[in-house]
Design a protein around this ligand. Structure first.
Ligand code: ACO
Length: 310
């Protein structure tokens, strides 16, 4: 098979209908709408109903993106699913999603890299496609964050939302050509954000906050250097949506105009691996532009990508 550059030809998003506003937490925690909004930029998030799993949301986004890409499940060569909230330990959420996509026979696997999961997944898709092994890959980021949070921990319960995003990546085609991806991990910070077996999320917020900014800045500098670009050459910087103040800190360092930084955090909160594909779906496509994406998350993982819009 002759391989062409891996290209995201379509992205789609799914958010569950149930909106949870900041005022919900005021009713039982020592917190306020203004504290949450000022410290995070979040006004509301979506939480899925009890019986809805990450795979269900993933299937909604996958079905939508296949329609946009003019493809059927049988056309897929591989399914990758980035999630930190799998439906169950075994089998993978990817296997469950494959089973719900009628007629799909593609191999499938999960990627566990927390909020960097979508970009980690994109690097795997790019490698498979450009090695000539597969042509059509579905990458899903789906998270039911509400199932791993302690409702009484005011520093985490306010931060996260449920949702899914999906992309189809093909060999060549029109869309976002993936020019470069870098991945990183600080394993020594594994305990800054974690979920113990059978427990709920624990987070050292300030450490995560500081590291996210530090690694985010480094990722941008490295990508610009590798691609011989200036920040002015980038049309959109697509940040993982964790905290508006993290984004603003990085924005100030590089003096990136606000209109180049699309966000969804105000109404989605942090949807972990789903956040970047949800954001991608919301951006209008402009031809012949360079886009950048930056993510960071538990692990401590970080990643960045540069695209050309075709
Ligand atoms: N309402 C009111 N007060 C709160 C709340 C809340 N919801 N949460 C924490 N506080 C309190 C703290 O208890 C503390 O009180 P104290 O001084 O009496 O001890 C005070 O506010 C200040 O706490 P800080 O931790 O210093 O607050 P900070 O300004 O750092 O904001 C936050 C906390 C929002 C959690 C911030 O640290 C943050 O966003 N960190 C990054 C989190 C993140 O992005 N995580 C996701 C990473 S991606 C992934 O992989 C999942």
């Amino acid at each position: 098979m002759i391989s062409e550059p891996a290209t995201i030809i379509a992205s789609a998003a799914y958010l569950p209908p149930n909106r949870v506003k900041n005022s919900h937490f005021e009713s039982y925690l020592d917190t306020s709408d203004s504290w949450i909004y000022e410290r995070t930029g979040i006004k509301e998030r979506r939480w899925a109903d009890m019986g809805v799993k990450a795979s269900d949301m993933g299937v909604f986004a996958a079905t939508e993106v296949l329609k946009k890409a003019n493809m059927e499940p049988k056309d897929l060569d591989l399914i990758l699913v980035a999630t930190m909230t799998p439906d169950q330990p075994l089998p993978s959420t990817a296997a469950l999603i494959q089973s719900k996509l009628a007629g799909c026979k593609a191999p499938a696997m999960d990627i566990s890299a927390a909020c960097s999961g979508y970009l980690y997944g994109l690097s795997v898709a790019k490698a498979f496609i450009e090695a000539g092994m597969y042509k059509n890959i579905l990458l899903v980021g789906c998270e039911k964050m509400s199932q791993v949070l302690d409702p009484n921990d005011r520093s985490t319960i306010i931060l996260f939302g449920d949702g899914a995003g999906a992309s189809v990546i093909t060999s060549g085609g029109k869309g976002l050509r993936i020019d470069n991806i870098i991945l990183g991990l600080d394993g020594n910070l594994a305990n800054s954000l974690y979920i113990p077996q059978g427990g709920s999320m624990k987070m050292f917020g300030q450490e995560v906050f500081k590291t996210a900014i530090q690694r985010g800045v480094e990722v941008i500098e490295k990508l610009l250097e590798k691609e011989k670009l200036l920040i002015e050459n980038i049309r959109y910087v697509i940040f993982h949506q964790a905290n508006m103040r993290i984004i603003q800190n990085i924005q100030k360092r590089f003096q990136i105009p606000e209109e180049k930084i699309p966000t969804t955090i105000e109404y989605t909160a942090n949807t972990s691996a789903a956040s970047i594909p949800i954001l991608l779906e919301s951006i209008s496509h402009e031809q012949n532009q360079r886009y950048m994406s930056v993510a960071f998350g538990a692990g401590f993982t970080y990643a960045g990508a540069i695209f050309t819009s075709l």
